[in-house]
Design a protein. Structure first.
Length: 330
């Protein structure tokens, strides 16, 4: 949920007024009214059945402050993010400028320039947007989270489309070999109310920022069903080639369902498989169950149980993880 915070907006306005290049003109109140501020605090306790030092405890997982300013068909957004270890070298999860060309598609053609969340996959990045404490194996092993580059997005009828070019995956630095080396896009289709299908493709010359002769290739298909009140069903299939090493093909999937018994209480179940090398023996699986509670005024909590089995190693492993999480978003 986004809110306008007059005190915070006033401080941002004063800071922005000190930069003439921003073109700060007109009524100050008009500018303040166009600033939207949102964010969240996420804390958790977790533990597992492995021996120390891999056990958990209570942690501050994430603090995020999101600021967006929009005027007519232009705007900007930045997400200031901190983890339990502090802001680190890249404190901005996102930071981009956008311009919308009117008259193209249903709501125009939007050009975005900067750093933005990768438009690929079923699960989202931040805790308030999730139904569980942990991410699926597909999210952790197959997909990028952020891209620094440019994108074009539009929608028409039952279809929405975004295409993009970036420096690489999960890097804010220009590549030393080719300036822009990663390209991709997602086509979403909503053939009927409550049904959405997305097909994403991503390819590039770099693996973890290192130039490779063979391009990596990622295909992702996601499905969302919301045909029954209170019930959401999701599914995803992802396939990578050359993602972790040249010549390696990996693939996996997830299926999940979340049901709200009441406005306050809900339950989520998720099952996922990841095969890091389709030629080698063994796969990883993860089974997760979570009870969720909406406590009101942006406060949410959940309890999660997760079992991970890894049959890619000998002997195979089985780890149970328990977590309690509280998130407040505004």
């Amino acid at each position: 949920m986004k809110v306008r915070n007059s005190s915070m907006a006033a401080l941002l306005a004063l800071a922005m007024m000190g930069a003439p290049s921003l073109g700060w003109s007109g009524s100050l109140q008009d500018k303040l009214d166009k600033i939207q501020i949102s964010g969240f605090v996420d804390a958790s306790w977790s533990d597992n059945n492995t021996a120390p030092p891999t056990k958990g405890g209570i942690t501050l997982d994430q603090v995020e402050l999101d600021v967006e300013y929009a005027s007519d068909n232009v705007g900007l957004r930045f997400d200031l993010e901190s983890s339990a270890d502090g802001f680190g070298a890249t404190p901005f999860e996102q930071g981009y400028i956008y311009y919308t060309f009117n008259g193209i598609g249903d709501e125009g053609l939007t050009f975005t320039f900067g750093k933005f969340n990768a438009p690929i996959g079923w699960e989202l990045l931040d805790a308030p947007d999730m139904y569980q404490f942990s991410h699926a194996l597909v999210f952790d092993n197959a997909l990028p989270t952020n891209l620094t580059g440019a994108s074009l997005a539009t929608s028409y009828g039952i279809a929405d489309l975004i295409i993009y070019a970036a420096n690489g995956t999960d890097t804010n630095a220009a590549n030393t070999t080719t300036a822009v080396n990663t390209f991709g896009g997602r086509l979403g289709l909503t053939p009927m109310e409550g049904v959405n299908i997305g097909v994403s493709y991503l390819t590039g010359d770099n693996i973890a920022g290192v130039y490779q002769v063979d391009k990596f290739k990622t295909l992702d298909i996601d499905l969302t069903l919301e045909l029954v009140d209170g019930l959401i069903i999701g599914a995803e299939y992802a396939q990578n080639k050359n993602w972790t090493a040249i010549g390696i093909k990996s693939q996996g999937f997830l299926v999940m369902a979340h049901y709200d018994f009441t406005d306050m209480l809900g339950i989520t179940g998720r099952y996922g498989v990841w095969d890091p090398d389709t030629v080698a023996t063994g796969k990883m699986t993860a089974t997760t169950v979570a009870l969720t509670a909406a406590l009101g005024d942006g406060l949410g909590a959940l309890v999660e149980f997760r079992n991970d089995k890894d049959r890619t190693v000998i002997p195979s492993t089985s780890i149970n993880t328990y977590a309690f999480e509280m998130t407040y978003s505004f």
